[in-house]
Ligand binder design. Structure first.
Ligand code: ATP
Ligand code: MG
Length: 402
């Protein structure tokens, strides 16, 4: 039986990105290589507007499966390359048809002719190939509207490509093609989803987590590591910065009235995250905030918190309903980790009645009696950086933390 010798990858958005195209294609090539590292014989051949994965005997079905989650791919099809000899093309098309045909299936031919010098035009290709298949398969019917099998015959300058299955890709932009941002990663449901969505648009993520020992336990840290591990599957690795936050939280408790501690805590988190961003050349901060969910996520609250930095804060979930966020959390397999019942630094110190509409001038006033600067510098200084890989054990590194 005839076998596919390649997979045709269509870029979609990338091909419209002008001068950046080379970068996009290069990042996509890397993503594919990483995901397909278990298939040593494949080769990648990138062109301006498409890419081929040359299988060299590797299993096309397994590879089709692996390509599903890769950002930057619009669609893909297993294909067969043949020379531009019409008889050879016809035989190959028939062989491909036999490979996928089940009794009762209808079919059509879709001709694509990029090579305008080819001796047959698209109508003639449809005719020639259609009738060749029809005479060879008894009782076969054509259905041009909704065929079970659509044999695509694509004639290019260098060769002809035959395919008949088209898979939808994950869309988005290739991992790491849009620059770096710091993801504020809590142990909750939302921030991993925000991380995932920003990675989908090509952002390279470094996660920042605030941790308050002994009020938060090793297990809650492990939870964040596990979440980062899920995200790392997209990019092959994610840096996770773990910030010791106990001292600052205790200071806030002491200096700021109870109903403003939450606002102040968030402001300190932002300041520290921004310092870490500077250190690692990030261009933005990503949070899991969604408008109106909790006290810290009203418009007034975001206004008062955002005031401490001028760096862009990206909030991919801002307009989303909780149910939709949860659906994505299930899809990306972070939900069950997020609902593990471990304490977060913010829940430990949560005030009994946080201001839902904090005033910027007030929080500024309350903070003005304390010089937080040295504490922030110390927290940044003591921040631990872990590199989280999809499947490596890093228990040893965890052991040595702090
Ligand atoms: P999540 O489900 O992501 O925890 P949430 O609905 O619980 O979000 P908040 O607790 O108000 O909302 O947190 C808002 C955002 O602030 C989070 O999505 C996250 O980006 C950031 N954040 C909160 N706590 C932490 C933390 N301990 N470390 C790092 N970032 C945090
Ligand atoms: Mg939370």
């Amino acid at each position: 039986m005839i076998t596919y010798d390649r997979i045709l990858i269509r870029y979609g958005e990338i091909s419209t990105k002008g001068r950046n195209r080379n970068l996009f294609v290069d990042k996509l090539r890397r993503s594919i290589k990483r995901v397909l590292h278990d298939f040593p014989n494949i080769k990648i051949e990138a062109q301006r507007d498409r890419m081929f994965i040359l299988l060299n005997g590797e299993n096309s079905e397994e590879i089709v499966e692996c390509l599903q989650g890769i950002f930057g791919i619009q669609s893909y099809s297993p294909a067969i390359k043949v020379g531009k000899d019409i008889d050879e093309m016809k035989e190959a098309a028939l062989a491909l048809f036999r490979k996928v045909y089940r009794e009762g299936n209808t079919f059509k031919i879709t001709a694509k002719r990029a090579d305008k010098d080819f001796s047959l035009d698209t109508g003639e290709i449809n005719q020639t190939f259609g009738s060749h298949i029809l005479v060879n398969i008894p009782d076969l019917k054509v259905d041009v509207k909704k065929p079970d099998i659509n044999i695509v015959v694509e004639v290019r300058k260098e060769a002809c490509y035959l395919s008949c299955e088209n898979y939808k890709g994950a869309g988005g932009l290739p991992a790491g093609s849009s620059g770096k941002a710091m993801l504020m990663l809590s142990g909750g449901i939302d921030s991993p989803v925000a991380g995932y969505l920003s990675m989908k648009r090509g952002i390279e993520i470094e996660a920042v987590h605030f941790y308050s020992p002994p009020f938060t336990s090793e297990r809650s840290k492990q939870k964040v590591i596990d979440l980062a591990k899920k995200l790392s599957r997209i990019s092959g690795g994610v840096a996770l910065h773990i910030v010791p936050f106990t001292e600052i939280q205790q200071l806030i408790q002491k200096q700021v009235p109870d109903n403003y501690t939450m606002t102040s805590t968030r402001r300190m988190m932002m300041r520290i995250t921004d310092e870490i961003r500077k250190k690692y050349d990030g261009l933005a901060i990503v949070t899991g905030e969604s408008l109106g969910q909790v006290a810290s996520q009203t418009m007034e609250s975001m206004y008062a918190i955002n005031d401490v930095i001028s760096t862009p804060v990206l909030r991919p979930l801002i307009t989303m309903d909780k149910g939709d966020i949860i659906d994505i959390a299930h899809e990306i397999d972070t939900h069950d980790i997020s609902i593990r019942p471990f304490e977060d630094c913010c829940t430990v110190f949560v005030p009994s009645s946080p201001k839902t509409k904090p005033k910027l001038e007030k929080v500024q006033h309350f903070e003005s009696f304390t010089d937080f600067e040295p504490y922030i510098a110390e927290a940044v200084e003591k921040t631990e950086k872990l590199i989280i890989k999809p499947n490596t054990l890093i228990d040893e590194e965890i052991e040595n933390l702090f």
